[in-house]
Design a protein. Structure first.
Lengths: 94, 252
């Protein structure tokens, strides 16, 4: 058994209606303690209304070395941006 | 004893217990086993110091001699402090610190909960604010007592030892005296003895889950509420007050 607590990634929702944002990571023995630690470390200045924690090892990340095949093909496809429509003025900013 | 004399004493008891316990916990700052717990303890200490400002502010107001919360915190000597003795017990190890915190928090939640219905509205207002903090402290300290009690052989033994060392200091939380009788008659504060059944139920539940054995002794050290303290308080005050004592009136 490892004597180190596992690493948890912390996500905080700043206010109702916004999405949770990744704010950092911390160590904790289990999920409940990770929430408490997150509360103490990341919401001391009234930053949040909701906390998610997830074990860092449970996150599957894309590999930096695959950056080319993953992302470059979309570079040249400007027609995927919805910027070719005429927006009536009274709609306002979208 | 008049109503205001009793209220002054009571506000000192609440404020001093929060102040001394808060200072004790702040001694962990930079020394906790992991940084997350270091921050958690500092947060609890800050909550308690915040409660101190409210209670000692009220005490100064009720006394009416122009003493501020700071004057009361920094310019009284040990015999004028009215904190429960359990608050001044030394930290020892991390588990001992959290056992002390848990035994205190279980009491604070009951006391503050009753005080939110106080006939004295300044007391009710302070209690309403402090109660939310105390509830969080209790959840946190309960979890740690359970985690370490029901943990390894080493952590279990340390928590049982902490429980036995601190147990004789729990009885003082429920000992009524003339101040309590006066305030209970005015519906300002509950009799401390009335809080005991709820405290017992909570403590038994958490100790059970923590696989710890509740000590059977009913012996209680008394004196904190009337200014008779253990030798530890003077040392704590020497550290807490030295700057104001060495440089009177210093501010920043």
């Amino acid at each position: 058994m490892s004597s180190e607590w596992p690493l948890w990634e912390v996500f905080i929702r700043g206010q109702h209606g916004l999405a949770h944002r990744h704010v950092g990571s911390l160590h904790a023995p289990d999920a409940e303690m990770a929430i408490r630690h997150a509360r103490d470390v990341y919401t001391r200045r009234n930053e949040g209304v909701s906390i998610w924690v997830v074990k860092a090892e449970d996150i599957t990340a894309s590999s930096p070395s695959e950056k080319g095949p993953l992302f470059e093909p979309s570079n040249s496809k400007v027609y995927r941006h919805p910027s070719f429509f005429d927006i009536p003025e009274d709609v306002g900013p979208m | 004893m008049t109503r205001d004399e009793a209220l002054f004493e009571f506000a000192l008891r609440m404020g001093d217990t929060a102040l001394i316990l808060g200072h004790r916990i702040s001694e962990w700052c930079g020394h906790a086993p992991v940084i997350e717990e270091d921050i958690a303890l500092a947060n609890i200490a800050l909550d308690l110091i915040g409660q101190t400002q409210m209670w000692l502010g009220l005490a100064g107001e009720v006394e009416g001699r122009g003493r501020s919360a700071d004057d009361l915190a920094y310019l009284r000597d040990a015999w004028d402090f009215r904190n429960l003795l359990i608050a001044e017990r030394p930290n020892r190890d991390f588990g001992h610190t959290y056992m002390r915190q848990f035994l205190h928090d279980a009491y604070a939640v009951e006391m503050l909960g009753e005080l939110t219905g106080s006939a004295e509205e300044r007391v009710a207002a302070i209690a309403a604010k402090a109660l939310k903090e105390a509830q969080y402290h209790l959840e946190k300290s309960s979890e740690i007592v359970i985690g370490l009690g029901d943990g390894t052989e080493e952590s279990h033994a340390r928590m049982q030892d902490a429980l036995e060392r601190l147990w004789p200091y729990t009885g003082e939380m429920f000992a009524d005296d003339a101040v309590d009788e006066t305030l209970a008659a005015e519906s300002i504060a509950p009799k401390p003895s009335s809080l005991r059944p709820a405290w017992d139920a909570r403590v038994n539940a958490v100790l059970g889950e923590a696989t710890l054995t509740r000590p059977e002794s009913g012996f209680a050290h008394l004196g904190g509420k009337t200014g008779r303290h253990t030798e530890h308080l003077g040392h704590l005050l020497a550290e807490m007050q030295w700057l104001q004592r060495a440089y009177p009136g210093a501010t920043w």
